[in-house]
Ligand binder design. Structure first.
Ligand code: HEM
Length: 506
């Protein structure tokens, strides 16, 4: 049957009208329901029958809630106004509906302390990790962020001792440095070049991905690295897509990328198992060897599938936050000549006592004190995780409010970072605020690597990957933002985990 254009138009208008009416009724229902619920709650409380009220806040339309407003605020780097409005209307602890789930934002400092102290203790965990449906579907339950209690503890301790702690990372500085030098030579014009521009984030992502492939997987083959890199991008984009699996959807593409990645990783795992058995690779050669040589209490090692799941995690978590942070740092330094000059001086002093081609030592990295302040300030202005989400495993009470089972609970780095009470002149770039003489940041006001049991194990590695690159970039290049990009605030590519985009420099 063929429909005339007039009929077609009328059908569309009717459909839109019906949809709007439905939304109106749902909205009226929601408001009415909320009022009735509040009335009963007050009444019951007066009679001492009911637990304290839930935190104030509006849940808005079912499912949509505040999601669009929140995402627009992330996109515009303006979470501060979003939170200011909420705090003004509801106070320090409030609830909203995000991504289809009721979410309670806890107060600053005390709330963050509470969240870090009550997560991840297995059966007793009040606030275990919370991940979106897409992330749950794309990652395996054996992957570290999904494990809880003793399993999480045993895994993390083994990783920490053999791969992530300061001395284990220091043993790998040479590899990091060789890669940094190679990348700067190949992708960044040297000081002899008068003017050239570099897509900073792209160039840095190549470097951080090479580092992760070599340190974690022991893979150097450029063709394999390239395949892994392209697929990991598609895979990670799926984290932020609706979990709708039909050909052409972002989530479908991510699932297909995951299959290809798992196949490639399993081949590498089989090969490394042989090398370990034949004594051709030491048990701490790379992160893969560390995983392969781990045994549980019955003497069994993890399966290839379990190990592939952890490697998938590393290829994403070990690369993107470091690349984003390093890009922001380079950008901020370009816009602040004072900081640039101080960094130049710090790194020139380190370089001046080194022989030609002598590598950086652990002591050199420890003496980069100003660089550490610049990195901290960069992470304050551009936190990798704007908010940390957990899930209430059971209903509980917090500061006179009831938080129901299944609700999301969040501590917000984006909110605390712009609090004038914690950070004077909070919007400005001022690495000196992290000087020891100033007492540093107040407790729980700055937690770029998270905290508690879920704290990032890769903090030391990330620092060294960033400092080593910075040292050689300062030695070999001068940079400034290209004219059009002269502002500090970068454009963003990916919601809700923003990353810098656009061209910069030199
Ligand atoms: C500047 C760089 C980095 C930043 C800012 C960062 C930040 C974070 C944060 C905030 C968390 C906690 C998330 C939560 O509590 O929900 C986390 C967890 C994690 N990070 Fe990082 N990270 C960085 C680099 C790395 C690197 C280089 C690796 C590994 C090579 C890594 C591996 C992990 C893992 C495995 C977890 C999960 C820990 C667990 O569940 O116990 N990260 N990261």
């Amino acid at each position: 049957m063929v429909m005339s254009p007039e009929l077609c138009g009328a059908a569309i208008i009717t459909a839109v009208y019906v949809l709007l009416m439905c939304m109106r009724f749902v909205w009226i229902d929601c408001v009415h329901y909320q009022k009735v619920a509040d009335m009963y709650e007050k009444d019951d409380q007066q009679r001492g029958r009911r637990p304290p009220p839930v935190p104030p806040g509006s849940l808005g339309l079912p499912y949509v809630g505040d999601t669009i407003t929140y995402l627009i605020a992330v996109q515009n780097s303006d979470l501060r106004s979003y939170f200011d409005k909420k705090v003004e209307s509801y106070g320090d602890i409030f609830k909203v509906s995000l991504f289809g789930r009721t979410t309670v934002f806890l107060d600053l400092i005390d709330g963050t302390d509470f969240l870090f102290r009550n997560e991840g203790q297995g059966e007793l965990s009040l606030l275990p990790s919370h991940w979106s449906r897409s992330i749950r579907a794309l990652m395996e339950s054996s992957s570290l962020p999904f494990t809880e209690g003793p399993i999480h503890k045993v895994l993390k301790n083994h990783w920490q001792r053999n791969f992530f702690d300061v001395s284990a990372v220091s043993r790998r500085v040479q590899t990091i440095e060789e890669l940094a030098v190679k990348h700067i030579r190949e992708h960044w014009p040297g000081q002899s070049v008068e003017m050239a521009s570099v897509l900073a984030h792209d160039a840095i992502s190549l470097y951080t991905f090479d580092v992760v492939c070599e340190l974690c997987l022991g893979v150097k083959d450029p063709a394999l690295v390239q395949k892994l890199r392209l697929d990991i991008q598609v895979y990670a984009e799926g984290f932020y897509c609706l979990p709708l699996r039909f050909p052409g959807s972002g989530f479908y593409r991510a699932c297909e990328a995951k299959k290809r990645l798992t196949r490639m990783l399993e081949l590498v795992i089989v090969q490394r198992r042989h090398e370990l058995l034949e004594g051709r690779a030491p048990p701490t050669h790379d992160f893969l060897c560390v995983l392969l040589s781990q045994r549980d209490e019955t003497g069994l090692s993890s399966t290839d599938q379990e190990i592939a799941a952890q490697m998938l995690l590393m290829l994403f978590a070990g690369q993107k936050p470091t690349a984003d942070t390093l890009t922001h740092m380079i950008e901020l330094v370009a816009a602040h000549p004072n900081a640039y000059a101080k960094l130049l001086q710090e790194h020139a002093e380190i370089a001046s006592v080194k022989k030609e081609a002598e590598l950086l030592s652990k002591d050199d990295l420890c003496s980069m004190r100003y660089s550490w302040r610049v990195l901290q300030e960069t992470l304050r202005l551009f936190p990798v995780s704007a908010n940390l989400f957990r899930e209430a495993a059971t209903a509980f009470q917090y500061k006179g409010f009831t938080i129901n089972k299944g609700w999301k609970v969040a501590a917000s780095a984006a909110r605390v970072r712009s609090e004038p009470e914690m950070f004077r002149d909070a919007d400005s770039f001022d690495p000196s605020r992290f000087e020891d003489t100033d007492g540093g940041a107040p407790p729980y006001s700055h937690f770029p690597f998270g905290g508690g049991l879920r704290m990032c194990p890769g903090d030391e590695l990330a620092k060294q990957v960033i400092f080593v690159f910075f040292h050689h970039l300062l030695k070999n290049a001068q940079w400034r933002p290209v004219e059009a990009e002269h502002k500090v605030a970068p454009s963003y590519t990916c919601v809700p985990s923003p990353s810098p985009a656009g061209s910069l420099f030199i």
